[in-house]
Ligand binder design. Structure first.
Ligand SMILES: [Zn+2]
Length: 56
């Protein structure tokens, strides 16, 4: 076997989530929050900041 294909399929880097401090695989540079936290947060119940939505 000659050509030893170096399949470096490193599509991502191991990073530490800023939210849960867990190690996750970020797909792109800049991603610092694991997908799980992203989902969890979902941009913080985008209902509280709604303008004119003060119906208590
Ligand atoms: Zn996280």
């Amino acid at each position: 076997m000659a050509s030893q294909a170096k399949t470096t399929k490193t599509h991502g880097k191991k990073r530490t989530c800023l939210m849960c401090r867990k190690t996750f695989l970020s797909e792109w540079p800049g991603e610092r929050i694991c997908p799980q936290c992203k989902r969890k947060h979902s941009w913080r119940e985008g209902d509280s900041w709604l303008p004119g939505g003060r119906s208590a």
